[in-house]
Design a protein around this ligand. Structure first.
Ligand SMILES: NC(=O)c1ccc[n+]([C@@H]2O[C@H](COP(=O)([O-])OP(=O)(O)OC[C@H]3O[C@@H](n4cnc5c(N)ncnc54)[C@H](O)[C@@H]3O)[C@@H](O)[C@H]2O)c1
Length: 323
């Protein structure tokens, strides 16, 4: 039985804990909260789980085999450092931080100790994205057009620039990750952002609520990604790939539509990507075989670099090269 400790007490920490609790090979042994009452509240829902408000105490008392980290972007750093001091594997939610210097320090320790990591880019695990990858093996992509169009999450940290990093860093990162996974690496980023509405609705909104980002990819393809969080409801998110054989349309968590002239084939998502993500990580813990983990910390650091470069470009008005 693998003992898993979880840093975080929010809705996604609970989602991960429920996935783990449903398995026969894992047990949730501890929760870390920003306060003890928060940790105690969620720990009560999972038999045998203890509550902590200090990462060192959690790790030294509960002695987990691995840790899940599901905290807001601003809270990364100390948690990973404490886990790495004890050479424990971890699965961390995206985005993995807000500063490249801290992320690079953490990555250097992961590499030197050869620690198993996984990052929560769950869309890679959808069967439709895997199908798209197969179809793309015999196609040439000219252009990718992606979007994340919806409302603003209600949590306070999301509205602060140094809390979430803004929509492109926090949410649309999934689309940037898909572009990298399906089309190729990003070489240059240009972005225009604006605050159009949400700062007039809530106090203290610092993040942009509309954005348009252009990416130049290695090999010559280009990508255009737009996002907004000013709608009163979630509208859609996804990625269209324009290829020499037609259009592949990935609708996030729903389906893949393969448009080939008059032919249109629709593939539905049949499997739960979160279950597959957890399964891949636990399989790696049990066997040492990391091949089913589709994104690790080093890979997610590249995606973070691109989304932070978009923010930099939106401020400077200049394209930013990814080197
Ligand atoms: N992959 C996905 O589909 C997906 C979906 C939702 C959220 N997420 C990610 O999960 C992370 C958490 O999001 P959420 O929606 O659960 O947020 P949330 O606001 O519901 O919960 C965050 C929790 O972290 C706790 N926290 C804050 N600082 C902490 C610290 N230093 N130590 C321990 N706990 C701390 C807060 O008290 C809060 O309970 C974010 O990075 C988000 O992007 C991923």
């Amino acid at each position: 039985m693998l003992k898993i400790a979880i840093a975080g007490t929010g809705w996604f920490a609970e989602k991960h804990a429920s996935l783990l609790a449903a398995r026969e090979d894992a047990q949730v042994v501890a929760f870390l909260g920003s306060s003890l009452p928060k940790a105690e509240k969620i720990a009560r829902q999972f038999a045998g789980a203890q509550a902590f408000d200090n990462i060192e105490q959690m790790l030294d008392t509960s002695k987990p085999d691995a840790v899940y980290i599901s905290v807001p972007p601003l809270a990364h750093g100390e948690i990973e450092e404490a886990i790495l001091e004890r050479e424990l594997p971890f699965l961390v939610e995206k985005p993995i931080g807000l500063e490249m210097a801290a992320v690079n320090r953490i990555q250097a320790k992961i590499a030197s100790k050869d620690i198993i990591t996984s990052v929560g880019y769950h869309i890679r695990y959808t069967d439709t994205v895997q199908r798209a990858k197969e179809l793309l093996a015999t196609r040439k992509v000219g252009m990718a057009v992606g979007s994340w169009l919806g409302d603003m999450p209600g949590v306070h940290w999301w509205r602060k620039q140094n809390g979430s990093g803004g929509q492109f860093v926090e949410q649309t990162t999934h689309i940037v990750d898909l572009v990298r996974y399906l089309v190729g690496e990003v070489e240059e980023v240009y972005a225009a952002y604006a605050q159009r509405h949400m700062h007039t609705v809530h106090d203290g909104v610092e993040v942009a609520d509309v954005g348009a980002v252009t990416l130049k990819l290695a090999g010559g393809a280009i990508a255009s990604i737009t996002n907004t969080c000013m709608l009163p409801f979630g509208h859609r998110s996804g990625l269209e790939l324009f290829t020499d054989k037609g259009v592949l349309e990935i609708q996030q968590n729903r389906c893949l539509i393969n448009h080939e002239g008059a032919w249109k084939t629709e593939y539905k998502n049949l499997l739960n990507p979160y279950e597959l993500e957890t399964d891949a990580f636990l399989h790696a813990l049990k066997t040492g075989d990391r091949s089913r983990i589709l994104t690790d910390y080093a890979d997610a650091a590249v995606t973070l670099r691109i989304t932070l470069a978009a923010l930099e470009s939106s401020i400077s008005g200049m394209p930013v090269k990814i080197g």
